[in-house]
Design a protein around this ligand. Structure first.
Ligand code: NI
Length: 647
């Protein structure tokens, strides 16, 4: 089996076991699999990522230790429609495992986007369908390869499908999303890369109005905007070594996968000389965007942008435009195209600092002595474009130990055309005959917690009024903590009227006052999925039905809707694992938080949508002995101009 004699193994050039695969390592991993399995070109490489070492190896790692490098690959054989998983030792040049995974579909790959569009445009049946709508130039058509879901339809089983949605531009620079080709769905076999059929639900005229927003089209800009510069004369306050970031008391290691995009590892905060862990690994583990329109050509719109498309593989190169101000450090990401060639996303991850208003303040009203500190946060982010939509993913680290996760939603709303007299119930008219269907964006972040060490417990905290017998004046209320001891009981939803939050506690560690050290998970905006319990998307993304799930750590349990959600019938991932009702008390726990944004589009979301945000916070809860940001120095006195104010 070994290739060591034939091919020199790549010696590890990285200095930590969690460093992402280098371009050389990716190329070596692909070459080893190709050679060992004599792969033909019909194989696609869906993902090639670091096969993460076990936790003990990572946590016990000392600089200078030998690092064994392994890659994990998902491959698709276009000829047989079979999916394989492989593990390769890059260090020894060996293929360690090769397994056929039956009845699954890897995510739709970026190359397939391009090839699918070409196949649709070449289809005579499709050309005939668009000709009926007065469209004669297929070059102006945009084909977005939407995932097909799973509706138990017999002749779809085992076929790698896209049900593409199409739009048409008026000219090459026009925003095509202004003109949906309504009612035409080319159904494409992505293995054969050919159109199986074109579904046609009847002609709806193209909406009449353009929807352009680029500089080429905006003829008049507001004139009253003066420059606002962020100046960091001594550079930023962070240090970067490989993919490890140090910033004040924080230490964060990052990675990047084609599926999840940005991954955080081994996040610690140094307190009184001690480097204290908070979590081991955190990433966006799944997201689902169910649409609410029951029309026959709309009811199957449910994009799983992580598991069905690979949100990391769709990351923007921020070379092409980055909205961050100040001193910026960029990380490149290295993935593969579907043929296994190394693909570089230059400047995929942005690292910078932001001034964030006031951190704390007090004025002694007798003496007028005032102490005020400005807050600064460290921002680690990336932005992905999924067809029409943009998602920005931001981790923020604050000086007081707070961690925040925020998703910014922007780009183009998904559009549909309606008849001239139609007022849509399941959407909003954003231009004449242009409907933006109602939908939800539902996200799940997996957090492998390690608050002050691996063994943690999770409590639900509600702020509740006291019972009458202990409440003579009626004013009493308190924070009531309930241990969530096993998986079934730890499936919870938010309750804003009780100020509900969850705390992740280390039962073996206490702060100066004797409280167990903890971080609390504070929900932000949230809601539940609106699809009926028996809807296909609920079965496929059951994780959406609870805001909190807690599981004991298992290295194989990484994705809440299963490893292969594309076209999967469901009942896998969190609902499957948690049936065992394993204990999650005083053990290595993984916390899964689901958060949902219901989007009933507005006129103001067109032609390009201003950012909407959603996310959550993790705040230290008796983790420290006192405000850890007490030692943040005052800002220089002469900071800013005479016009400067506070806040
Ligand atoms: Ni939306």
């Amino acid at each position: 089996m070994t290739l060591a004699q034939e091919k020199p193994a790549v010696s590890a050039t990285v200095d930590h076991p969690l460093e992402p695969l280098t371009p050389d390592e990716i190329a070596t991993a692909v070459a080893i699999v190709r050679q060992e399995k004599s792969l033909k070109t019909r194989f696609r490489f869906a993902t090639v990522t670091l096969h993460e070492p076990i936790k003990e190896t990572v946590l016990g790692f000392q600089p200078g230790d030998t690092i064994e490098r392994e890659a994990f690959l998902i491959l698709l054989d276009n000829a047989t429609a079979r999916t394989y998983e492989a593990v390769v030792s890059i260090s020894s040049g060996q293929l360690k495992s090769w397994e056929h995974i039956p009845d699954v579909q890897p995510p739709i790959m970026l190359d397939e986007f391009v090839e699918c569009e070409a196949a649709v445009k070449a289809s005579e049946e499709f050309r005939a369908a668009i000709a009926k709508r007065g469209i004669t130039d297929p070059d102006l058509v945009m084909v977005d390869p939407w995932s097909a879901g799973n509706y138990g339809i017999a002749d779809e089983q085992g076929v790698r499908l896209s049900r593409a949605l199409c739009w048409v531009k008026a000219n090459p620079t026009d925003n095509g999303y202004a003109r949906p080709i309504e009612g035409v769905i080319p159904v494409v076999d992505l293995n054969k890369m050919e159109v199986i059929r074109v579904e046609d639900y009847g002609v709806v005229p193209l909406p009449p109005k353009d929807g352009n927003y680029t500089t080429e089209y905006v003829k008049e800009y507001r004139q009253d905007l003066k420059p606002l510069e962020i100046v960091q004369p001594d550079g930023p306050s962070f240090n970067v070594k490989g993919h490890e970031i140090s910033w004040q008391k924080w230490k964060i290691r990052i990675g990047f996968t084609p599926r999840e995009g940005l991954v955080l590892y081994t996040v610690t905060y140094t307190d009184q000389g001690e480097e204290r862990p908070i979590f081991y690994r955190a990433s966006l583990a799944e997201m689902t965007v169910p649409y609410g329109d029951p029309k026959p050509y709309h009811y199957r719109k449910n994009a799983f942008d992580v598991g069905e498309y690979g949100i990391g593989s769709l990351a923007n190169s921020l070379k092409l435009g980055c909205d961050c101000l100040g001193e910026i450090y960029y990380f490149d990401a290295f993935i593969t195209d579907s043929r296994g060639d190394v693909a570089q996303i230059e400047n995929a991850v942005c690292l910078h600092e932001e001034d964030f208003g006031i951190l704390w303040k007090h004025m002694d009203w007798r003496t007028e002595h005032t102490e005020v500190r400005r807050s600064r946060r460290l921002v680690i982010s990336f932005i992905a474009t999924v067809g029409n939509y943009e998602y920005g993913f931001y981790w923020y680290f604050y000086q007081d130990g707070t961690i925040q996760y925020e998703i910014k939603l922007t780009g183009m709303v998904s559009t549909a055309a309606v008849m001239p007299d139609e007022v849509p119930k399941y959407g909003t008219l954003i231009a004449p005959q242009l409907n933006a269907p109602i939908h939800q964006h539902i996200f799940n972040v997996r957090m492998d917690m390690s608050v002050d060490g691996p063994n943690n417990s999770v409590y639900e905290v509600d702020i509740v009024p006291e019972e009458d017998e202990h409440n003579p004046y009626g004013n009493a209320f308190y924070a009531q903590s309930t241990l969530l001891s096993s998986e079934q009981g730890a499936q919870r939803t938010i309750d804003p009227m009780k100020g509900r939050y969850w705390k992740i506690v280390n039962p073996a560690k206490t702060n100066a006052m004797g409280y167990p050290t903890a971080y609390k998970l504070m929900p932000g905006e949230n809601t539940l999925p609106l699809a009926r319990p028996d809807a296909s998307v609920i079965r496929r993304a059951t994780y959406m039905t609870k805001h909190l799930w807690v599981t004991p750590y298992s290295p194989d349990e990484k994705y809440p809707a299963g490893n292969y959600p594309n076209q999967h019938p469901g009942d896998v991932g969190l609902p499957e694992w948690t049936q065992a009702d394993r204990s999650v008390e005083d053990t290595d726990v993984v916390v899964w938080y689901t958060f949902a944004h219901s989007h009933s589009p507005r006129a103001e979301d067109w032609p390009v949508m201003p950012v909407a945000t959603i996310g959550f916070m993790l705040k230290p809860l008796n983790f420290f002995d006192e405000n850890p940001a007490n030692d943040v120095p005052p800002s220089p006195k002469n900071h800013g101009s005479k016009h400067a104010c506070c806040g």
